[in-house]
Design a protein around this ligand. Structure first.
Ligand SMILES: [Zn+2]
Length: 426
């Protein structure tokens, strides 16, 4: 365990602040975008020595990074080694780049993330996610495991048969996977007489979809998986912009931050830090990044946090699962909801094989929520689901029954890296 994790929270803040000051000076020297921003707002990065001063720096938005993409570049183009794009969940994908230092930093970041889970040099890990397609995460997993010295099996995404064949051949103890893909692997194992509980796999690092609820208990997707396959599930949360992973430890009480690599703020609508347990937008400043560092970047992800010491002995801040995107906030019949609230209700209700949530603006300018569920469900089941919604959220979205085929098609639009269950038409 790296020392910073178990240091006192005061010491963690002190070490982090030193990195932050260094990054501010680096941006002043090398970033066209931030130099202009400092000048325009009469900010002298040299004089920022408290959070109150730091808070005066305007927020950087996704649109800023999109519009002034090249201005964020802090190194000559000849220094760039890896070109990537963001996943583009909202809007067009944005270009990012990494130089040698950034690739080393990314490797360290992911190594620390794997260590958090308990992965050791002697372990074998199968990466069942995309390594190519301009995707930073897949490469980060590879680099992190390589730095750790662990064994790596690069199966890539999809192909349950290849996954099971590789498990039989190379006996990985861990998988890196999108949780819903684990269900596909379980389904394949059942059809092909593979006893998944007798395999070498003991734990999975889950990306892309939450597996825990706000109380850190396995959510319905998580429990569905673990009921069928006796494996330990760890969540990890990251993005291209953050270039840093937040990962669960063996206590499974939220995703630990890596304070020497990222400065995190969780802010309310007015831009003030929220209290532990309250929901706010995650705003990050990358530390030790050279090519495209971001300062007070609004991720759009709504989370809550805790700063209490973790049973694992680490004192770093821990994030809750992401409740949804800031822009995805749904004003519905007088309630504010995030997609995860609706997804949880549907997942907790037994017997719905698939669903898609669609949000539209209706004629009176408020949000309309339609949940598409399979037409195979009986009228009785649908009315039970309505009651279930009422009891969990106090409101009931419109339920529309369509064929399973239509739902599956909506869930996997062309070019999407992960299945969609929430579609926003607003
Ligand atoms: Zn912990």
């Amino acid at each position: 365990m790296s020392n910073i994790y178990t240091a006192s929270s005061g010491e963690i803040k002190r070490i982090q602040w030193l990195q932050l000051e260094k990054q501010l000076l680096y941006l002043q020297k090398n970033s066209g975008f931030y130099r202009k921003l400092f000048k325009k707002n009469e900010i002298d990065p040299d004089k920022i020595n408290s959070y109150i001063e730091f808070q005066k720096i305007p927020i950087t938005t996704k649109e800023n990074v999109q519009e002034f993409n090249q201005d964020f570049l802090c190194v000559p183009e000849s220094e760039i080694i890896d070109f990537v794009t963001t996943s583009g969940t909202l809007g067009k994908p944005v270009s990012f780049a990494l130089n040698e230092t950034d690739l080393q930093r990314l490797a360290t970041n992911e190594m620390e993330s794997f260590k958090m889970i308990g992965i050791k040099k002697e372990d074998v890990v199968q990466i069942t996610t995309t390594l190519d397609r301009r995707f930073m995460a897949g490469m980060a997993y590879f680099l992190g495991l390589r730095k750790l010295g662990a064994g790596i099996v690069r199966t890539g995404s999809g192909f349950p048969q290849l996954q099971w064949d590789s498990i039989a051949r190379f006996k990985p103890k861990y998988l890196v996977a999108v949780p819903s893909f684990l269900l596909k692997m379980i389904e394949y194992s059942e059809l092909n007489n593979i006893d998944c509980n007798n395999s070498s796999v003991k734990a999975v690092i889950c990306i892309g979809e939450p597996i825990r609820d706000l109380e850190f208990k396995l959510n319905s997707l998580g429990s569905k998986i673990s009921k069928l396959w006796d494996i330990e599930l760890f969540s990890t949360y990251a993005s291209t912009e953050m270039a840093t992973a937040f990962t669960e430890c063996e206590a499974h009480r939220g995703n630990h931050a890596q304070p020497e690599l990222i400065f995190t703020e969780i802010l309310d609508e007015a831009g003030n830090p929220v209290k532990p347990g309250e929901t706010g937008e995650l705003v990050i400043t990358t530390l030790q990044v050279e090519t495209m560092p971001l300062l007070r970047f609004a991720t759009g992800d709504m989370v809550s946090y805790t700063d209490e010491p973790c049973p694992c002995g680490r004192n770093t801040l821990r994030l809750s699962p992401v409740l949804g995107r800031k822009k995805q906030m749904i004003k519905f019949k007088g309630t504010s909801l995030y997609p995860q609230h609706i997804i949880e209700v549907l997942n907790n209700f037994k017997g719905i094989p698939a669903f898609v949530i669609e949000v539209n603006t209706n004629d009176v300018g408020t949000d309309a929520v339609v949940v598409k569920i399979p037409d195979s469900l009986s009228a009785e089941k649908v009315s039970l689901l309505k009651e279930h919604f009422k009891s969990k959220l106090q409101v009931t979205p419109t339920l529309e029954q369509v064929s399973l085929k239509i739902i599956e098609k909506l869930k996997s639009p062309e070019g999407s890296r992960k299945p969609l269950v929430f579609i926003d038409y607003r």
